[in-house]
Write a protein that binds this ligand. Structure first.
Ligand SMILES: [Zn+2]
Length: 257
């Protein structure tokens, strides 16, 4: 991102956070040229920094603004069209079982895939499942092909779209690891997952996917596919005390700062 562009995004974010409630739409309207997916990604980065400093309220405000922005300007601002609101814990839609995709060539599925891509990118997510954007179909997307700002220490995963996934654990070994979720913002919890597994499914071109993976890759697949059955990571905590807000967990030395 160009430094001058980033400065302009940061200045607008600052104005948004300081402007009187209700005046945000006018302010955004006056800066239409800055309203794009890159701006949303910057909002998310700033929200994460605020969270790390313990300012959960401002982070939440900023995320809400960014979400509204995606909805309000989605029609007229092309690059935002695919950014959808991510449902949060408590929304009953996250608790339903998703249905198998009957036809991978359905045009509605193309739109869903674009929306998953754009939304995951705007939120810097490690993965996203269709139910998280309110679509009850068995489709998940994960991996950004490079380092992820939300999980800087994690190995990069190949960008993978998986339709109607089937997971088979390979061996009895399990790993403990900390997880977060775009639907559970600001929190992390320690979860036990199969260490190695095989996953099969269909990609966005209708081609078969069949991989044997382990470690972080296996964890992300299990986390995303859980969403298809209405399961979120707090349901699977290994220990209820190994769960909390990121700054508190960092201060306690439970997760790396
Ligand atoms: Zn999740």
């Amino acid at each position: 991102m160009e430094p001058s562009r980033q400065q302009a995004y940061l200045a607008l974010i600052q104005q948004l956070l300081q402007c009187p409630s209700g005046e945000e739409p006018a302010l955004l309207e006056a800066h239409r040229e800055l309203l794009n997916a890159e701006f949303l990604a910057t909002c998310e980065q700033v929200a994460q920094t605020l969270e790390e400093r313990g300012d959960q309220n401002t982070a939440l405000c900023l995320r809400n603004l960014a979400t509204q922005l995606g909805c309000l300007h989605g029609v007229s601002c092309g690059s935002l069209m695919g950014v959808r609101t991510v449902l949060r814990l408590g929304d009953p839609r996250l608790r339903q079982s998703a249905k198998a995709v009957p036809d991978v060539h359905d045009p509605a599925l193309r739109q869903l895939i674009t929306d998953l891509h754009d939304t995951m990118e705007a939120c810097s997510g490690a993965g996203l499942a269709a139910p998280q954007i309110g679509v009850l179909l068995r489709v998940v997307l994960f991996g950004c092909g490079g380092p992820n700002p939300r999980y800087p220490d994690a190995p990069p995963l190949p960008r993978t779209l998986l339709i109607n996934p089937v997971l088979t654990p390979l061996g009895p070994e399990r790993d403990e690891g900390w997880e977060g979720c775009l639907s559970v913002p600001g929190l992390r919890g320690r979860v036990s997952r199969w260490q190695r597994l095989r996953y099969q499914g269909i990609d966005g071109d209708g081609q078969p996917v069949d991989r044997c993976v382990e470690g972080f890759h296996a964890r992300v697949v299990q986390h995303e596919c859980d969403h298809l059955d209405g399961v979120l990571f707090p349901d699977r905590l290994s220990d209820p005390t190994a769960f909390g807000f990121i700054p508190e967990l960092e201060a306690a030395g439970l997760i790396p700062a």
